[in-house]
Ligand binder design. Structure first.
Ligand SMILES: NC(=O)C1=CN([C@@H]2O[C@H](COP(=O)(O)OP(=O)(O)OC[C@H]3O[C@@H](n4cnc5c(N)ncnc54)[C@H](OP(=O)(O)O)[C@@H]3O)[C@@H](O)[C@H]2O)[C@H](O)CC1
Ligand SMILES: [K+]
Length: 528
């Protein structure tokens, strides 16, 4: 296989369909006809040999009407030549095939593969397949595959059989039915292949990593098909990975004190929602902020018994002028909260705007103006909307946000001139200047109350320790997800993770990350 496209700096690059088309067009001009399809078939057949090895059962290949079908036919004829039992369902009018796909079809027909009809597949309720290869549609899918269409019935049948008989599905390029840009199944009545593995060609695609993309694509592998480096423009997005965060938080100097690590003030915790502010503040504490205050709205407790280090005050008493203000967790909506938000936006060098504070901004033009003014005075702002909050901020519906999360994140970043964390499966971190980033850590155990408050607190701690807003946002989301992954793997499994448990796990992840990249100790203990 050709390694992920094309050099180290691009290993985690993400592109949209139009960019992939442009790369493909530039590459084709340099190459003999059909070369990319041959490379796709070679990559897929090698992957089957090395990772699936289904010698004891037949392989079913679904070949659709475009070049994705051509890739599948090429894969099929290569596997047949290597001695696999291959059934091919040709779901296409071959007269409409491109020259490259036609050549692959001729070779497949001349091979030992058996061509079977759609009816044979649909009637067969207990197939002895060891693997299904999905080459129905790739990036050329232009409209919904509706459940009642022939393709729709085929896809649903394959998904059901795969689940019932534990048959793995390898999708070529994109799981058929999924939009490679948005990560959504196309159309309200649309269906898509639920793959275990997706082997994507030329470069990685945004839609395989956000929204429903992760559920449909399974494990994602990339093969560049040998396309030369110079055909790849700078990526418009990247996937987060551990190495990105190396050195972002400098090693602690021996000659340092609590004042060296910044001050976080969490503003929120109105009556009935005090826990939200305490969660955010505890997360800031565990992520290394030097001093952490909680500024309550209605009444402040004398102290927090679980974390007596937190300084509990009334929000109105706090001076924001040197702090990182995390405003929103349990804030509520009142004249007082709006005036606190206005003061934070004007005074604080760093702000993290979460939850109710986002809703206040969505409904107030003066608050928006104060937020925009921050970017001109080089003050850092991170906003952490979930899809509903993002929808309010953009004045659209949640469904519209989810229909293209990438675009929604970009729109938020440019409208509010802030660093955006658009939460949800495959959280997106966006600024208007740098490539967007899709987070790769985390799991559905995070879908519980309070985890968003924790994330806001982590952002606050990193900002307070002088990290640039975009780095802080990317790293906070990544740590938050890593902590959930570690807990699910080693402690609590997928159900019942609480936001409180997440906090010490985030501290572990942060320290592990720091240790990996820190300088060796000056003094080693003397051996006895
Ligand atoms: N070109 C190359 O060298 C390489 C391409 N690769 C693979 O090619 C696909 C993209 O191929 P393309 O032919 O552009 O698109 P698809 O195979 O995804 O499918 C297009 C055909 O599907 C029809 N279509 C679209 N939507 C539907 C639908 N809902 N129901 C039925 N039919 C649909 C479409 O018909 P139109 O009427 O819309 O024209 C086309 O007939 C890419 O994903 C790669 O797998 C490789 O990268 C190798 C190099
Ligand atoms: K496919």
């Amino acid at each position: 296989m050709n390694p992920a496209a094309p050099s180290n700096s691009f290993t985690h690059a993400l592109y949209r369909k139009a960019e992939i088309r442009a790369i493909e067009a530039a590459a084709i001009a340099d190459l003999p006809a059909g070369e990319l399809m041959r490379a796709a078939g070679k990559a897929a057949s090698e992957l089957v040999q090395t990772k699936f090895t289904p010698r004891d059962g037949a392989i079913l290949i679904l070949a659709g009407p475009g070049d994705n079908g051509g890739d599948a036919l090429e894969t099929g004829q290569l596997l047949a030549a290597r001695g696999y039992t291959v059934d091919i369902a040709l779901c296409a009018d071959s007269l409409l095939y491109s020259a490259a796909a036609n050549l692959s079809l001729q070779q497949a027909r001349a091979s030992r593969a058996t061509f079977i009809s759609l009816e044979q597949i649909l009637e067969n309720q207990a197939p002895a397949y060891a693997l299904v290869i999905d080459g129905l549609f790739g990036i050329g899918l232009s409209r919904a595959i509706t459940a009642d269409s022939v393709f729709g019935q085929l896809i649903q049948h394959i998904n059901q059989l795969a689940e019932k008989f534990a048959i793995p599905i390898l999708a070529l390029d994109v799981p058929s039915g999924l939009d490679a840009d948005t990560g959504q199944v196309i159309g309200p009545q649309g269906v898509a292949i639920e793959a275990n593995t997706t082997l994507s060609f030329i470069a990685d695609k945004v839609g395989l990593h956000t929204a429903a993309g992760r559920d449909y694509a399974g494990r994602v592998l990339i093969d560049s098909l040998g396309v030369a480096d110079n055909h790849f423009p700078p990526p418009s997005g990247i996937l987060s990975h551990a190495a990105m965060f190396a050195g972002l938080l400098p090693a602690r100097r021996l000659d340092s004190h609590k004042g060296s690590y910044g001050e976080v003030m969490v503003i929120g915790g109105a009556h009935g929602m005090m826990g939200a502010a305490i969660l955010a503040a505890s997360a800031a504490l565990y992520c290394g902020a030097g001093r952490v205050y909680v500024g309550f709205i209605d009444a402040a407790p004398a102290y927090d018994a679980q974390h007596p280090e937190l300084m509990c005050r009334m929000a109105a008493e706090l001076d924001f002028s040197k702090a990182c203000v995390v405003i929103g967790p349990g804030l509520g909506n009142s004249e007082l909260t709006a005036s606190l938000l206005a003061r934070a936006l004007q005074q604080a060098p760093y702000v993290v705007i979460d939850a109710d504070a986002l809703n206040l901004i969505a409904s107030s033009a003066p608050l928006r103006a104060l937020l925009l003014a921050r970017s001109q005075s080089l003050k850092s702002s991170i906003m952490t909307p979930h899809p509903l909050e993002a929808a309010r901020l953009l004045g659209i519906s949640t469904a519209q946000v989810q229909a293209d999360r990438w675009q929604a994140a970009l729109d938020l970043a440019s409208q509010f001139q802030a660093t955006i964390i658009l939460k949800g499966a495959g959280s997106i971190i966006a600024t208007s200047q740098q490539p967007l980033c899709i987070n790769t850590s985390g799991n559905p155990a995070l879908a519980s109350g309070g985890t968003g408050d924790v994330l806001a607190g982590v952002c606050g701690a990193l900002l307070a320790q002088q990290m640039a807003a975009n780095d802080a946002a990317r790293m906070a989301v990544w740590l938050h997800g890593c902590a959930a992954d570690q807990l699910v793997e080693h402690a609590c499994d997928a159900i019942g993770l609480t936001a409180s448990e997440l906090i010490p796990a985030i501290r572990n992840c942060l320290n592990q990350q720091q240790k990996k990249h820190s300088k060796p100790q000056r003094f080693q203990p003397l051996s006895k």
